[in-house]
Design a binder for this molecule. Sequence first.
Ligand SMILES: *Cc1c(COP(=O)(O)O)cnc(C)c1O
Length: 374
Amino acid sequence: MLPFQDLRLTNAAMMESYIAAAQEVLRSGRYINGESVRKFESDMEKDSGAKFCVAVSNGLDALRLILRGYKALGRLRVGDEVIVPANTFIATFLAVTDCGLKAVAADVDETTFCLDFRRLPLSERTRAVIPVHLYGNPCWNAGVFAGLRSRGILIIEDNAQAIGALSAEEGFNGSRNTGNLGDAAAISFYPAKNIGAFGDAGAVLTNDADLAAAVRKLANYGSAEKYVHELCGLNCRMDEIQAALLSQKLLTLSDVIFRRRKAAGLYEKEITNPEVIRPAIMSDGSRQVWHQYVVRHPRRDDLRKYLAENGVATEIHYPVPCHLQPCYKDNPAVSCPGPLPVAERLASEVLSLPIADVSRSDITLVADLINKFN
Ligand SMILES: *Cc1c(COP(=O)(O)O)cnc(C)c1O
């Protein structure tokens, strides 16, 4: 049986250093707001090039804290419209609707799986756009975003799946690193992400000192100084133990990206079934980090069943577009100004193949099975 991802395998190579890092925190007596978190934040600032990193509890909270931070700074108000791609993990939508903002569902491009820049559902009430670098594929259009920014619209990256990716075009501060392209970015360290914690964790990146300070306060009961609560905050801090483990794990990032890119290149060469649409491998200078390797097939469910019967586990990211989820049925918190044909079709066609920790022979096995499917 080839599992979709076995986290024991993902974490095996560096296990001794994780155990050492965890032990150090356990013995330190300091479990919150200590040195490990400060160090991890500075590691992330160095890696991404962003001026400020705030380590937080998870990726959803990172997005919520950014939106709440902008509300505290007067840049967003209840009822403002935020454009979100319909083909994303539900967290992107939940963050928006949780903050009393209106999520406006946008269709996606079938080649990139990301926002379709030709059809952004802009209105005079649009105050932010959340591009999602889905599956590790950078979603950036310098011309479009510069134009929106000049109208005061915030660009908030959902970088949950794309740590270490590079966009072909530069972001607002000249960097090409996803997470440092727009006004602020959210990262997730959910265990199965390319850099995963041993539990939940996330981070906010930004070059805006005011936003960073607001997010830091909001994540810590609205307080920068003990027992002085300037904002109605939350408790969304990253634990010291996760930060210490993540600083170790971050050392593997270039290796993780190298291996995933190599696996994607092998799938691209070895899958030859003409009915299977392989994901585009961009040659525009961007660096896709392949959080998922997603193929399409008109009879996706049959293909998935066939692979399972032959010992290969797959996943579907995502089977139901966010705007069609039960929580948003007849819910004015989400609006769809136009039809979303691509997002709705992709939901019935996409299939994610194993890519984390796969060996060359795993890939050949999967590709051979797919090539025999008809
Ligand atoms: C994983 C993920 C999130 C949420 O991150 P958590 O750490 O699980 O809360 C948000 N957006 C996208 C696109 C994700 O894949």
